[in-house]
Each structure stands twice: as structure tokens, then as C-alpha cells.
Design a protein around this ligand. Structure first.
Ligand code: DGY
Length: 439
């Protein structure tokens, strides 16, 4: 299994970073690279450092880390939206987009500081000799500062996502409501490349894509400047913010290792944790929910006086705060019950955590983030279980993840009921996170 996982990572390595999959995702993706580095560190700590640093080299002047770094050797039509859609080096000039590297203009969850810390920990001597932490620390600080300064659209400290690609769970049913207000781009105004390699039943719909395109074009046409873009989609996502918290704690450890000040990072992590609980916890749902910042006032949840409205959909993103170390104990206990309750059925109805409520009206066991089980989410849950002392449950989940990764040929995601692989095979983060669990 270790050999097979290594083969996937070696095959997807391009010389300076790793593609998630040569066909479906032929460039470098931000949160993919973070998860990939976490596994790659067991194969080659130096390569894992390079993975993180290649991504961070494409950071914008305003601190954002783009969700895609394009490989200029790949033909334009291999992936949509391609560099000529994003036009980052020209349209993003005012926001400090790199001049010689083309990237997208949106971001993905900030897992990078956690990845950097874990990569360093795999071989601290080599890391110190190469000056890895000293180089990445200022970039990671600038990345977190971007999220804190430019993305607190709700005004209470949490980072908002402004496109469904940003939380990484593109077509989660949580976005159906917020997206319904977005005017779709004209049908036929673009050509999807994903359907050449992926089955249409496993991917987002054309209508979803028309809205993704509209939002991205709107952001681009406002120079990717957050103060000026209309951001007609703006959501506080518990998964994105939980990873921000975990990353801020990782940054504290990095600062300590460099002999710097860790306390400001711990303080921000604590403040984020408080805001997460205050704004996104739903005792009725027994989990965290997304907050739609653009929802019109009126309606039940809007009366909580927090601005916007909680989205009444259960997604696995709402369980990811289990990775946050300082979560209040009663909330941890509730989340632990929810994981194995009727909505997620872990250990009873299914072997891996599904991405969305098994009983939700929008549940679709094959379609991307509307039900399938994903390996990064399960890896994060395994970590969360362990953090909160649930060793036996974490061991059981790790065993299921390893079994499913091998049996599916390192699939991108799985039908949660049958374990059948969906999407790409030989998918990098699946192989990487399996390697990490094996270590
Ligand atoms: C895709 O292209 O499907 C990604 O999920 C968006 O980054």
C-alpha cells in the first residue's frame, strides 16, 4: 500500500509541485498542495518543502494565496477556467498578483501553516539547514493577515468566502440558497474541460458552473479588490474557519521554533474560536452551520441579530471545528454524537464520513460535495477525534480510510454507502493522506 501511494505521488510530481490528477486538475491547487505535502513528507521531506514553497511563491502582494497556480507548459484548453479567463497578472495588478506566474484570483482553505509545521516536524534538521520555516513564516503571516484584514466581511472576526470554490466544497448544498441570487452567465459562453475527463453525474451541474463563472468574472472585473468587488456571494463557512484556527495554532509553533512571538497567533486562534461558536454554532442542528452574509433580513435565523442568516443545511464542514483544540467541551460532546447520529451515520450506515447529510433533501451519493465521502475530510475528522481523546474511534476511522484508499485505487471521492470510487483515480491527496496515516 505504501509503495502504491508513493507511486501515485511520484507520478503526479511535475518537478516543483504535484498535480491533484493529470487529467482533471493539471495545475497546482492550493489546499491540495497542503494535504499533499503532509503525505509527501514521509517520502521526501525536501520535496514536501518544495511543494509548499512553490505554492507560496505565487502569493499575491496583498497576501492572498491563489487557489490555482497555472503550469504554463499545460495547454490552455486542458482546464477551465484557464489563465486567459482569470487574467491575474493584468487584472490583479492592483492587488499585487505576480507578474510572471498566472494564477486564479480566489483562495482555498488556509491549511498551509499546518502543512508547513508538519513538514518541518518530519525532519527538523534538514528543515533548519535549508531555512524552510524562516522562509515560509513571513508568507504564512501575510496570508493570514489577508484573511483577517480583507475577508472579515461579516465584521465579527471570521473570514468569509466569496466563491463556492473557496471553501473547496464547490457544489455543497449549503451554497444552493446563496447561489440562487447569482445571475448565471450565459449558457454556451464557456466550455467546461472537466466533463472531458469526469462523468457528468459526479460533477457540478452546468447551472452551477454558469454561476461560478459569473462570480469569478465579477471579482476579476473589479480587479480582485475586496473593498470594491460586490461579493454577491459571501458566506462564513465553519470548515474554512476551523482550518484557519488550526493553522493559526500551527503558526504559533512555527514562531516559537524560530524564537519569535507565539502569543499573538494564539490570541487570534482563540478569538476566531470564540467568533466561530458565537456566529456559527447551532444547538438545534448539533453542529456548526454556514452563515449567508447576503441573506435578506427577516426569516428565523436572521432574528439572532448577527447579520445574515444561518443556512439550514448540514454539511461535513460543520463538523471540522473538531480540529480546533480549544472548542468548549459541551460542543465537542455534541459534535461527537452528531458524527455517528442519523445525519452522518459514521460506523453504522457508512464507514467514512459523507460530505453532506444522509437525510438531506439534496443528498446525492455520487455528485462531488453533495454526499460522497472525501479523504481529506475524513483525515481531518480522524485528527479531531484523536485531539479530543477518542482514540478507539480515530483508530477505526484510520483503518477504514486506508482500506477505502487502497480498494478504490486512491479515488478522489467515494459513494459513502458502497465505497465505490468516483471522480479521478490516482488522486494525490488520497495517496498522500493514506501515507500519513500509515506513518
Ligand atoms: C474544479 O475545477 O473542479 C475545482 O474544484 C475548482 O477549483
Amino acid at each position: 500500500m505504501r509503495r502504491a501511494a508513493c507511486q501515485v505521488l511520484l507520478g503526479n510530481w511535475t518537478g516543483s509541485s504535484t498535480v491533484p490528477s493529470h487529467q482533471l486538475y493539471p495545475h497546482q491547487w492550493s489546499w491540495d498542495s497542503a494535504f499533499i505535502a503532509i503525505g509527501l513528507r514521509h517520502l521526501s521531506p525536501v520535496r514536501a518543502q518544495q511543494e509548499v514553497e512553490t505554492l507560496l511563491a505565487a502569493q499575491w502582494g496583498d497576501g492572498r494565496v491563489p487557489h490555482i497556480v497555472f503550469n504554463r507548459a499545460v495547454p490552455l484548453d486542458a482546464y477551465f477556467p484557464s489563465p486567459d479567463f482569470w487574467r491575474s497578472s493584468s487584472a490583479g495588478a492592483a492587488a499585487g498578483a505576480p507578474r510572471t506566474t498566472e494564477t486564479s484570483g480566489v483562495v482555498q482553505p488556509p491549511v498551509h501553516a499546518l502543512a508547513a509545521w508538519l513538514v518541518h516536524s518530519a525532519d527538523p534538521d534538514t528543515s533548519a539547514r535549508r531555512g524552510f520555516l524562516a522562509r515560509v513564516y513571513p508568507r504564512l503571516v501575510a496570508w493570514h493577515r489577508y484573511l483577517a484584514d480583507h475577508r472579515d466581511l461579516g465584521g465579527h472576526g471570521l473570514a468569509a468566502v466569496v466563491h463556492p470554490w473557496e471553501p473547496g466544497m464547490d457544489n455543497s448544498p449549503c451554497w444552493d440558497g446563496p447561489l440562487a441570487r447569482v445571475e448565471p452567465a450565459a449558457a454556451g459562453s464557456f466550455r467546461r474541460a472537466d466533463l472531458v475527463h469526469g462523468s457528468a453525474a459526479d460533477r457540478p451541474t452546468d447551472l452551477d458552473y454558469r454561476r461560478y463563472v459569473r462570480l469569478a468574472a465579477e471579482y476579476r472585473d473589479h480587479g480582485y479588490r475586496d473593498a470594491e468587488a460586490p461579493h454577491s456571494f459571501a458566506v462564513e463557512d465553519p470548515g474554512f474557519n476551523a482550518l484557519f484556527i488550526a493553522a493559526e495554532y500551527a503558526l504559533a509553533r512555527i514562531a516559537e521554533a524560530l524564537g519569535g512571538e507565539a502569543e499573538p497567533h494564539r490570541q487570534r486562534a482563540a478569538a476566531l474560536t470564540e467568533a466561530l461558536v458565537e456566529r456559527l454554532w447551532s444547538p438545534e442542528a448539533g453542529q456548526f452551520l454556514c452563515r449567508d452574509l447576503r441573506a435578506a433580513s427577516g426569516g428565523r435565523a436572521a432574528r439572532d441579530g448577527q447579520g445574515g442568516r444561518l443556512v439550514a443545511e448540514r454539511s461535513a464542514a460543520g463538523l471540522l471545528p473538531l480540529v480546533a483544540p480549544q472548542l468548549p467541551r459541551p460542543i465537542v460532546r455534541t459534535l461527537l454524537r452528531t458524527v455517528s447520529g442519523e445525519h452522518y451515520g459514521l460506523g453504522t450506515a457508512v464507514r467514512l464520513l459523507p460530505s453532506y447529510d444522509l437525510r438531506g433533501a439534496a443528498f446525492d451519493r455520487h455528485r462531488y460535495w453533495r454526499g460522497p465521502a472525501w479523504f481529506n475530510v475524513n483525515w481531518l475528522l480522524e485528527r479531531g477525534l484523536r485531539r479530543h481523546g477518542e482514540e478507539a474511534r480515530a483508530d477505526a476511522l484510520a483503518a477504514e480510510v486506508l482500506h477505502a484508499a487502497a480498494a478504490s485505487g486512491f479515488a478522489e471521492y467515494l459513494d459513502p454507502y458502497t465505497g465505490q470510487g468516483r471522480g479521478a483515480r490516482g488522486f494525490s491527496w488520497t495517496a498522500a493522506l493514506a501515507l500519513d496515516l500509515l506513518a
